[in-house]
Design a protein around this ligand. Structure first.
Ligand code: GLC
Ligand code: MG
Length: 531
């Protein structure tokens, strides 16, 4: 293998939602020793890196995305010693460890915010974003929280509003303040020095706001079935030029440590999204998360176009990436059904670009009903009835058929998938036709055939529900053909090639005959045509 591609270009990232991976102390909530205990599962899957959603001390109003101490571990998850053990165990298996960095906001319980709100004269007042009331006493502008309602909260004690892009318990930090910036760079150093291999950076495009705090324009496309946030376009509250400069500073720090990765959470149209790579001279994040497979319909024509447009939008030095599930998005198997979830796994793991694979999708966990009295997600609780609940993708990993699926010894914090007695790791481990077996085969194939990770990609023109592309490196050529439909179909073959061995199918083994069964995905070797 050539060495010109760093590990994060070749590799696959596996997202662990720590509350729901494995409980080790019988409190119904996953924890760090639990993750350590289950590392064999992660290693056997064949991924390269683990990203952990936040594990820091937190009142858990937004399940850890409200950080009260950036350099500690929440007691429910463990302590720094447990973290160091986990980090060493991850590295001992040849895996990398990526943490979640939440720079846009802290918890309102963070000592910095306690200082900031204590008086207008406190030296840390300016570490958060405070503004006087509008002349009528209302909020300073029309900005809306991503979780609904005004993004401003009145603080009676000091007579000003503070900004919160999410919950009022998540006040936005002021990245224009040099003291705050220095303190946050120290946070990155703290974890890099402890050996972490990178960060996923939460809502990176939010971190700086227009200094004049003008009203955001109204969104003409808004309808009442959409979230309140979408009433306005976040023109002045996100994606500011100064945020790009900070992103470049993060990168310079990461590069000083060598061989680390920064993944930025960014939701923007292609042209503005691509800017988060920065320039060759002043790069920004290595991977601005690409959520287009989540945001768009499961349709071969739509996918064809979005893959082409995304590739075309990348700067020459920009490495692509793909995400199909997360702790925020509905489960892929709930969206497209189990048969198509297998096709989706082939797509995610064979497109050109670093894939992020979400825990539980290797079992094709589908819809998990959450009884109303067990809803935890603050976004759902604040805007009920929109069907935006995130709990259904945050349910515990089902490991086996023992009580509570081997996740815990007590009722877990969120319900298990209803089919956990049969849909669990142990059951799928025994079944060569299971989703788990498919994902392992895919990841092994990806490792064995460099064309699938770093090879060039050419989209082919398929008919109807068929999406097909070639991956190629050196003389190795592979064809990936996906049938997104429920009737058999044919797939295109490049004019200068003929079909060789079928390397993988979502269906029982068969030879290459140019056909795809309903819901089938195939990976086939291509041979050059001899004249
Ligand atoms: C990101 C996280 C989400 C969180 C929000 C606020 O979108 O993925 O879970 O609620 O940021 O931190
Ligand atoms: Mg626990």
């Amino acid at each position: 293998m050539s060495d010109t591609h760093p590990w994060w270009e070749r590799g696959v990232v596996y997202q662990i939602y720590p509350r729901s991976f494995q409980d080790s102390d019988g409190d119904g909530i996953g924890d760090l020793p639990g993750i350590e205990r289950r590392l064999d599962h992660v290693a056997a899957l064949g991924v390269d890196a683990i990203w952990l959603s936040p594990i820091f001390p937190s009142p858990m109003k937004d399940f850890g995305y409200d950080v009260a101490d950036y350099c500690g571990i929440a007691p429910i998850f463990g302590d720094l010693a447990a973290f160091d053990r986990l980090c060493a165990a991850v590295h001992a298996r040849g895996l990398r460890l990526i943490l979640d960095f939440v720079p846009n906001h802290s918890s309102d319980q963070h000592p910095w915010f306690q200082d900031s709100r204590s008086s207008r004269d406190h030296p840390r007042r300016d570490w958060y974003i405070w503004r006087d009331a509008a002349p009528d006493g209302g909020p300073p502008n029309n900005w809306i929280s991503d979780f609904g309602g005004s993004a401003w909260e009145w603080d009676a004690a000091t007579g000003q509003y503070y900004l919160h892009a999410f919950l009022k318990e998540q006040p936005d930090l002021n990245w224009r303040n040099p003291g705050l910036r220095a303190a946050m760079m120290d946070v990155l150093r703290f974890w890099f020095d402890r050996g972490v291999d990178g960060f996923r950076i939460d809502v990176l495009w939010h971190i700086v706001k227009d200094e004049g705090f003008p009203d955001n324009p109204l969104n003409p496309a808004w309808t009442p079935d959409r979230t309140e946030r979408d009433r306005v376009l976040q023109l002045h509250s996100t994606d500011q030029p100064e945020a790009h400069a900070i992103s470049a500073d993060f990168r310079a720090l990461a590069d000083a440590y060598g061989d680390r990765v920064l993944i930025g959470e960014i939701f923007l149209p292609n042209d503005r999204h691509a800017r988060w790579y920065g320039t060759l001279e002043r790069p920004q994040v290595h991977l601005p998360f690409n959520f287009q497979l989540i945001e768009n319909g499961w349709d071969a024509r739509i996918l064809h176009r979005l893959i082409a447009d995304y590739q075309a939008s990348l700067p020459p030095h920009g490495w692509p990436n793909w995400v199909i599930g997360s702790h925020d998005a509905p489960r892929i198997a709930a969206r497209v059904g189990e048969a198509q979830a297998r096709v989706a796994a082939v797509l995610l793991l064979t497109l050109r670009g670093t894939p992020t694979f979400y825990q539980g999708d290797e079992l094709a966990i589908g819809e998990v009903p959450i009884p109303p009295d067990r809803v935890c997600d603050p976004q759902d609780l604040r805007q009920p009835g929109l069907g935006i609940g995130r709990d259904r993708s945050r349910t515990p990993m089902p490991w086996d058929a023992s009580p509570y699926a081997g996740f815990s010894t007590v009722e877990p914090w969120l319900p298990l998938n209803p089919d956990w007695p049969t849909r669990n790791v142990a059951a799928q481990d025994r079944d060569p036709a299971s989703m788990l077996s498919l994902v392992r085969r895919l990841l092994a194939l990806r490792r064995a055939h460099e064309a699938l990770s770093v090879g060039a990609m050419t989209l082919l023109d398929g008919d109807g529900d068929v999406l097909a592309y070639e991956r190629r490196v050196g003389s190795e050529r592979l064809l990936v053909a996906l049938n997104l439909g429920s009737v058999a179909a044919t797939f295109p073959v490049p004019a200068d090639a003929e079909l060789g061995e079928v390397l993988l199918s979502t269906h029982p083994a068969h030879g290459a005959d140019g056909k795809l069964a309903a819901d089938e995905a195939l990976i086939v070797l291509l041979k050059g045509k001899h004249r």
